[in-house]
Design a protein around this ligand. Structure first.
Ligand SMILES: NC(=O)c1ccc[n+]([C@@H]2O[C@H](COP(=O)([O-])OP(=O)(O)OC[C@H]3O[C@@H](n4cnc5c(N)ncnc54)[C@H](OP(=O)(O)O)[C@@H]3O)[C@@H](O)[C@H]2O)c1
Length: 249
């Protein structure tokens, strides 16, 4: 019997690491669903993938919007009946390395709304479709900034970093990986976290027209571990990795 087409939904896939991941997965034969809140940019991303010989569709998806997330799940159910891979990539960082004593609660909340609640909302909505698409995968794009192990290690460069909203929301996203992996592991759905690494996107308001700062990876390099975890045949679950290998939680 022919294997079913791999259907992969990526949130925040209209630019940056999400778009680079979408292009690579389309080249690997996945039918890619470009989740984006900006319709014009999302449709442009779909066109670029189709021009490259891949297949893709646009899905309107603001991860903070309950109705849009439910509508996205209903559309995937109606159009395909299942989902093979969910890549929770959408993310923001609005707290710009301010001291925790001076960081407005509203800014911390904004990071959490997208990076944690958005990820959990989309995952909960997609679990029934992933169950129908087994063996299935969830890849959560988190960050080394959310690693307790690195943040508390005086020998790590992350020991000096203070960005409470972003760090805590990404640590919480890692906890979503842990708990969903435990719930879904026995059902044939793997759940893993990936750190893309410091990457030359427009993330956090960086001006993309400026040359990459020394030490920054290309966007292609930033997508590499996400693509690897989305394409691996390994049944490994509950991991936190980057291109160089495993990371401490
Ligand atoms: N770049 C780095 O150095 C780095 C390092 C570690 C981890 N990461 C993680 O990698 C992921 C991708 O980041 P990136 O560097 O590719 O940044 P990016 O170029 O800024 O892309 C972020 C994507 O997330 C989307 N997004 C933001 N809020 C959203 C919402 N409410 N609903 C749906 N989509 C939303 C953005 O859409 P809009 O344009 O509409 O806002 C955009 O498509 C993030 O989770 C980030 O935390 C990045």
């Amino acid at each position: 019997m022919a294997e079913s087409k791999i259907i992969t939904l990526i949130t925040g896939a209209d630019k940056g690491i999400g778009f680079a991941t979408a292009k690579d997965l389309a080249k690997a034969g996945h039918h890619v669903l470009i989740g984006a809140r900006n319709q014009a940019r999302g449709e442009k991303a779909v066109e670029a993938i189709r021009t490259d010989g891949g297949t893709a569709d646009f899905i309107q998806l603001d991860v903070t919007d309950d109705d849009q997330v439910k509508a996205a799940a209903a559309k995937i159910q109606a159009d395909y009946g299942y989902l093979s891979i969910l890549i929770n990539n959408a993310g923001i960082a609005v707290d710009a390395h301010q001291k925790p004593s001076q960081l407005p609660i509203d800014q911390i909340r904004k990071d959490f709304e997208v990076n944690f609640f958005g990820l959990v909302r989309v995952t909960q909505a997609m679990v029934p479709l992933l169950r129908a698409g087994k063996p299935a995968k969830i890849v959560n794009v988190t960050s080394n900034m959310g690693s307790f192990g690195l943040a508390t290690d005086p020998n790590s460069r992350f020991y000096q970093v203070s960005s409470l909203g972003y760090q805590a929301s990404k640590a919480a996203a890692n906890f979503a990986t842990v708990d969903f992996a435990k719930e879904l592991g026995d059902e044939g759905i793997t759940v893993n976290s990936v750190n893309p690494g410091w990457t030359a996107t427009g993330f956090g308001g960086r001006d993309e027209s400026k040359p990459a700062i020394p030490g920054m990876q290309s966007i292609q390099e930033g997508a590499a571990q996400v693509v690897k975890m989305a394409t691996t045949r390994s049944k490994q679950t509950l991991t936190f990795t980057e291109t160089a290998g495993p990371l401490p939680w």
